[in-house]
Design a binder for this molecule. Sequence first.
Ligand SMILES: [Zn+2]
Length: 171
Amino acid sequence: MTVLVLDTSAFIMGFNPTKSGEAYSVRAVEEELSAGTMPQLRFRMFSEKGELKVQAPSLRAEGMVEEASRKAGESGYLSKADREVLALALDLKLDGHEPVIVSDDYAIQNLAEHLQIGHSSLANFGIVHRFDWIMYCPACYRRYRPPEKKCRVCGTDLRRKVLSKKKATRS
Ligand SMILES: [Zn+2]
């Protein structure tokens, strides 16, 4: 059975899991979304209504993601939330599900390919990019919408992260 695994970009872009069947995410995604913003409120609302299952990945899956990210040269581009999203998808796959990671994040899509996990960009769900890129904090990995320049939490200069436009595989 196909299950969706939502990353931070899915919530930032306003993905609604209600009509999409079973949807999963991890606590680190909620923490990565800026406090008090609509994306974080939506995360909480969906999880309280039972439309989003928040589950911790296994240590074994996290180890496999870590190893794959090193091999793929993506280590520096993945936040804690990104790693856990990939690890949770791996757990679901090992449990016999067909996980599809919903993400516009290039590093996640690339790693999903390496781990042979299905992924789908938000455009496939009718969500058109409002931005081709987002800003993220290289110190604490919080993400912001342009034109934010400094991290509101730790004050570090933000970096730009390009959201992929390439067509993602769908399973
Ligand atoms: Zn920061």
